[in-house]
Design a protein around this ligand. Structure first.
Ligand SMILES: Cc1cc2nc3c(=O)[nH]c(=O)nc-3n(C[C@H](O)[C@H](O)[C@H](O)COP(=O)(O)O)c2cc1C
Length: 325
């Protein structure tokens, strides 16, 4: 399948693995890229330019295919060394960057000069248009279904994708709730030129996370995610667990008085305990509603090959069949 996204990133299939904290290590990115998609290393999980440079080098040892790095701009107490991280990406020869969280205008000129393609993740048409206007090459349109930060507008992809298609000139991928060939074909029908998956890629053989995380995703239904931190306007969709229910109880009790300090125990620094140690009740971890569509733990190649083969059947037989009949 050839789209403006496959052409832009030099990949075989229009499937991207979104940056994921404590999941997007070199092993994850290389597995997706080796399977013909675009794997992405999560820059902030590495934290320092030196560690990111090392992770990029490790990924290059594992794949000859293109891969990217995610740079997330989120409200943090101690801001990471963004200029250093940008330099590590460029010096490492990476040609694709996924930005997210905030306007990437400050880093764009460096990437443009180095010939790095930037895909910005947005949760609204307004932010997608902004990304286009400042010179981003593509956008990843992240609907309300998504795992992680869906923004505050709550527009699901059935509306958001066609709205983005109506307004944008640059290509975009559909993100949030994407799991299989049906997701891909529907996204293409709505104007996207590929799809981005987060949660689905965690439940794969190669995802470098504890088995408990993969099992939790397979066991979960579409009813098992919650929105936390809405009162702080930093909404995050997470898998429910004891810590999340405790956090939500605090939000109900404190109402408008809620401060980040009140929930620090449930959200700060919990990712290594969950993703690495498999302590599933340690705190709030991002997970999409799409968990309800995930019932197996394939290799990345099995997953992507399966999606592409089934997408062809859907398009050539099911869809074309309606017309031929
Ligand atoms: C565990 C987890 C961690 C994530 N961490 C990040 C992150 O650090 N930066 C980012 O831009 N997006 C992050 N995301 C969002 C994903 O890149 C992607 O946009 C999202 O998962 C898409 O929705 P889906 O889970 O329904 O596929 C994370 C998602 C998950 C599930």
């Amino acid at each position: 399948m050839k789209t403006r996204i496959t052409e832009m990133f030099g990949i075989e299939h229009p499937i991207i693995q979104g940056g994921m904290h404590y999941v997007g290590f070199a092993e994850m990115a290389a597995a997706v890229s080796n399977a013909g998609g675009l794997g992405i290393i999560t820059g902030l999980t590495q934290g320092t330019p030196e560690k990111l440079a090392n992770e990029i080098a490790r990924c290059k040892d594992m794949t000859d295919k293109p891969f990217g790095v995610n740079l997330t701009f989120l409200p943090t107490v101690n801001a990471p060394d963004y200029p250093g991280l940008v330099k590590a990406i460029i010096d490492g020869g990476v040609k694709a960057v996924e930005t997210a969280g905030n306007n990437p205008a400050q880093v764009l000129p460096y990437f443009k000069d180095a010939g790095v393609k930037v895909i910005h993740k947005c949760t609204s048409v307004r932010h997608s248009l902004k990304a286009q206007s400042i010179g981003c090459d593509a956008v990843s349109v992240d609907g309300f279904e998504c795992g992680g930060h869906p923004g505050e507008d709550d527009i699901p992809n059935m509306i958001l994708l066609p709205r983005a298609a109506d307004e944008l000139d640059i290509p975009f991928v559909a993100s949030g709730g994407m799991a299989d060939a049906r997701s891909l074909v529907a996204s293409l029908a709505m104007g996207a030129e590929g799809m981005n998956m987060g949660t689905r890629f965690i439940a794969t053989q190669e995802a470098p996370v504890h088995e408990n995380v993969k099992k939790a995703i397979v066991a979960a239904s579409e009813l098992d995610t919650r929105l936390v931190m809405r009162p702080l306007r930093n909404t995050e969709r997470v898998m429910t667990n004891d810590a999340v229910e405790r956090l939500l109880e605090k939000e109900r009790k404190l109402g408008d008085d809620l401060k980040f300090e009140n929930i620090i125990e449930e959200v700060a620094g919990v990712y290594p305990r969950i993703m690495t140690e498999g302590d599933m009740d340690a705190g709030a971890w991002s997970c999409g509603m799409v968990a309800g569509l995930i019932n197996d733990i394939p290799t990345c190649k099995e997953l992507i090959d399966g999606i592409m083969a089934e997408a062809e059947v859907l398009i050539r037989q099911r869809l074309a069949g309606f017309l031929d009949a």
